[in-house]
Design a protein around this ligand. Structure first.
Ligand SMILES: [Zn+2]
Length: 315
């Protein structure tokens, strides 16, 4: 999508997607085109602070400035994983990156010398899907990202809903009491059964020959492997159950499924929708839509957040 007309005309902005493994940095120009994207390893915080991440953001911004002297970003969007308090601008914790209670929004703003929009990576991806994807015509939308883990972004009456970062964690809602252990410390969480990581793990636990990923489990299920079919069906059943509960509570008009597992297309969407609907009676049935913004949805959402800080400003 580099060079694509994604955001439309507006101020140039920087976007940073600090991931569990890699950090992506993007420079969006006054036409909303992603002029350059850079990917570097995310530094682990050895002291609980976000200093290593912040230093890296400054270096990346400096590289963009040197290579693109014609583009003057006016704001930045920064997204991180883990538990994120959007309103307070704090990265509360990210176990696998080592930080705790880092005031990322204000610190990044001071480091970069520009206003910073700060949020969770899945909420940013959800924002991109909501504003640029297929769900934008609805006011009540749930965007579920199914990859290594499972999380969601909620839009209620047209507004994002995060509840200080605690909302949307459908991956850690229990769908199998006493079931498989989850990284969060619980058992039977949706994420421990239906994420791409869990599908791979649960297949390999009982398989004669291990596979590298959920895609292979699906391929094996299609070729008649009973274990693979069982793991896949258990996952889609669990997703259908979890989504039906979200429907009962929030009544979204649309549910967008994204992330690596959504690449499975109809092999995921058909059984999940059928299972979800089997649990619904009087409820309003949502449409299930595939995510359309693509692998840089988080980065695009971060850029939209930066643009929103400058709303009304001219390019
Ligand atoms: Zn969990």
């Amino acid at each position: 999508m580099t060079g694509g007309q994604f955001l439309g005309d507006g101020p140039a902005v920087l976007a940073f997607d600090v991931g569990g493994t890699d950090t992506k940095a993007g420079l969006f120009d006054e036409h909303g085109s992603l002029r350059e994207i850079v990917r570097v390893p995310t530094p682990y915080s050895t002291d609980g602070s976000g200093d290593a991440v912040l230093t890296q953001l400054a270096v990346l911004a400096g590289q963009f400035a040197a290579r693109h002297p014609d583009i003057a970003p006016r704001a930045a969007g920064l997204i991180v994983p883990g538990l994120v308090d959007d309103d307070a601008g704090i990265g509360v914790r990210a176990e696998n990156l080592g930080w705790q209670n880092v005031p990322f929004r204000d610190a990044a703003s001071a480091t970069l010398g520009a206003p910073v929009a700060f949020t969770h990576d899945v909420r940013a991806a959800g924002t991109a899907e909501y504003h640029l994807g297929a769900a934008g015509r609805f006011r009540n939308v749930m965007v579920v990202v199914i990859g290594t883990g499972i999380a969601s972004a909620l839009f209620i009456d047209g507004k994002p809903y995060s509840a200080s970062g605690y909302a949307g964690e459908i991956g850690h809602a229990v769908v199998d009491v006493g079931g498989a252990p989850c990284a969060c410390g619980g058992n039977g969480c949706l994420e421990a059964i239906a994420s791409a990581g869990a599908i791979t793990r649960l297949y390999n636990r009982d398989a004669a020959a291990p596979v590298a990923g959920a895609r292979e489990v699906l391929d094996l299920a299609r070729s008649g492997d009973a274990l693979a079919a069982s793991v896949w069906n258990t996952a889609t059943d669990a997703l259908g159950l979890a989504l039906s509960q979200a429907v009962a509570l929030l009544a979204p008009e649309a549910i967008v499924l994204g992330g690596g597992l959504a690449q499975a297309g109809n092999a995921l969407f058909a059984p999940v929708e059928e299972r979800m609907n089997s649990f619904l009676t009087f409820h309003r049935r949502p449409v299930l839509l595939p995510a359309t913004v693509g692998e840089n949805a988080g980065l695009v959402g971060a850029a939209l957040g930066a643009r929103s800080l400058l709303a009304g400003a001219q390019a």
